[in-house]
Design a protein around this ligand. Structure first.
Ligand code: NAP
Length: 505
């Protein structure tokens, strides 16, 4: 890590200030306060100065979104689609520049940052097509001379609250479908990645989005996030983040009957059966556990391995992890970047201590990997048991636990033994076992012979149990979170016809 990667943003001596975007104008927060966005690989480098917004700024943003709703709702959906498509194409044009900025602000290695940007491009192209797809059905009526149809209607103002780990992809997963459905949006991004969020808003403005349709406030959870959730003019909240925060938001939305989509934590597992291709499973485990430094909601933090192959699997995993280079994600030979901030680094290390106390066997890593940024070594524990905290709680860092099991049934039981249900995977060459696992695994996403990560945007994404509240993002079902169904009956018989009573003769 002695070699320092530089970039345009980092070479400049002047640190840029960024603003909120309200009613089509870039404005400063009414608080007059700011906070810094920093590079987790070089923690002393400030990348930008952001607005520390509060309830007053949120109030103005919601007001602008409310005002813009009538016009946007009536804008033909194909015209809305043109704007979203343009945004997707602008992101595509700037893919490399955005990916480099993402690596600096969030820390993931450049090739993964490019993947994150690609997801946003894909979502732009895909969601734009919602504008020319049927939004409802026309069905036969029980009665003569009567039409029956359904259509989707927007909710109104949607509050989109996003985490830092996919700083471009996740905002587009929410904002593009919400806008396509005819809603207006107030967007509050994670405080660790606000510059990436600003770039997305700038692109949507450049793509031709009318003022007020998308509004943007940076600031922390308590001062900016909470007022957004609690504003009575906000019809729906789309939240991705921790289960703890999701629960607090759900309590409020439950009481006020506000629409809420939650995408929360995970404790994902890869099952490796004794007939599996072990080197392939190790490839998957490394990618699943240490991709984005383990900071994916779908990260494989449990590796459930049948005893017959557990020794070979763990040895190979350790050997491969030992070769991983930890450092600045902009450097071409870096395999794993830093974690997002100091609190995250402390949390990962705390779980190393917990693992030791629980008598899991540390086979690799378990300590810090440099002082310039928030780096941690890829960490592997073995001899895991399902009652360990390490096996139950989300660590959200580069730490994984090998858990030996005897049979397929035991493997499935251990895989299902957490309170989360996002992504589970199985490696086997036995078709019958693979299909049995597909039936039994309790998660929103199941992979066969692939790791727990790697979603494609035209399929539903989300989890069961404490990972969410039944909503899914991406795919066509993304619209469910952002729309109400309206059922319409048109009686053109010229007389009273009573459903279930008149026969339709
Ligand atoms: P987080 O602390 O819950 O924060 C997420 C976002 O919500 C941030 O913008 C945060 O603001 C804001 N926020 C937090 N508490 C809030 C509250 N009570 N009211 C309103 N806003 C609030 O989560 P994180 O650390 O950023 O992200 C990591 C978590 O996200 C992990 O648990 C991960 O599994 C989960 N995640 C889930 C998915 C999925 O699709 N299931 C995808 C990605 C990540 P500040 O940044 O200002 O604190």
């Amino acid at each position: 890590m002695s070699q320092v990667a530089t970039s345009e943003a980092e070479r400049g001596t002047e640190v840029k200030s960024y603003k909120n975007y309200i009613g089509g104008s870039w404005v400063e927060s009414k608080t007059g306060r700011t906070f810094n966005s920093v590079n987790p690989a070089h923690k002393d480098r400030v990348l930008g100065v952001m607005q520390a917004s509060n309830a007053q700024d949120v109030d103005a943003a919601v007001g602008a979104a409310e005002k813009a709703f009538a016009g946007w709702r009536r804008t033909p959906a194909p015209a809305r689609g043109e704007i979203i498509l343009r945004a997707g194409l602008l992101i595509e044009q700037r893919k490399e520049e955005l990916a480099r900025l993402m690596t600096q602000e969030m820390g993931k290695v450049l090739k993964e940052a490019r993947g994150d940007v690609q997801e946003a491009i894909d979502m732009g192209k895909y969601a734009a097509g919602f504008g020319r797809r049927p939004f409802g059905e026309t069905v036969p009526s029980e009665l003569r001379n009567k039409a029956a149809l359904t259509r989707r209607e927007p909710l109104g103002v949607i509050g989109c609250i996003t985490p830092w780990n996919f700083p471009l992809a996740i905002p587009t997963w929410k904002i593009f479908p919400a806008l396509m459905a005819g809603n207006t949006v107030v967007f509050k991004p994670a405080s660790d990645t606000p510059i990436m969020a600003t770039r997305l808003v700038e692109i949507l403005e450049e793509a031709g989005l009318p003022g007020g349709v998308l509004n943007f406030v940076t600031g922390n959870a308590a001062e900016a996030g909470d007022p957004l959730v609690k504003d009575p003019r906000v019809a729906g909240i789309s939240f991705t983040g921790s289960t703890t925060a999701g629960r607090q938001i759900a309590e409020y939305c439950g009481k006020t009957l506000k629409r809420l989509g939650l995408e929360l934590g995970g404790k994902n597992a890869i099952v490796v059966l004794d007939d599996a291709d072990v080197p392939l499973a190790v490839d998957g485990a490394l990618w699943g556990a240490f991709g984005s430094s383990g900071q994916r909601c779908t990260a494989a933090s449990r590796l459930i391995v049948q005893r017959k192959v557990e020794g070979d699997f763990t040895d190979l995993l350790q050997e491969r992890a030992a070769k991983m280079k930890v450092g600045d994600g902009l450097l071409p030979d870096t395999d794993m970047g830093p974690v997002i901030n100091e609190a995250a680094l402390k949390k990962v290390h705390e779980y190393t201590e917990i693992g030791r106390r629980e008598h899991a066997r540390l086979v690799h890593g378990g300590d810090f990997a440099g002082s310039d940024g928030w780096f941690y070594r890829p960490t592997i524990f073995a001899d895991g048991r399902k009652d360990m905290r390490m096996a139950q709680e989300e660590i959200f860092g580069p730490s994984t636990l090998v858990m030996p099991v005897g049979s397929l049934e035991e493997a499935l039981e251990v895989a299902n033994s957490t309170s989360y249900g996002l992504s589970l995977s199985i490696y086997t060459n036995d078709l019958r076992k693979a299909f049995h696992a597909m039936d039994e695994l309790q998660s929103g996403i199941v992979y066969v012979n692939a790791p727990t990560i790697g979603a494609e945007i035209h399929l539903p994404f989300g989890g069961t149990k404490n990972t969410g509240n039944g909503h899914r993002e991406a795919g066509m079902v993304a619209l469910d979170e952002f729309t109400e169904w309206k059922t319409i009956y048109v009686d053109y018989s010229g007389r009273l016809q009573r459903a279930q009573i008149d026969t339709g003769e």
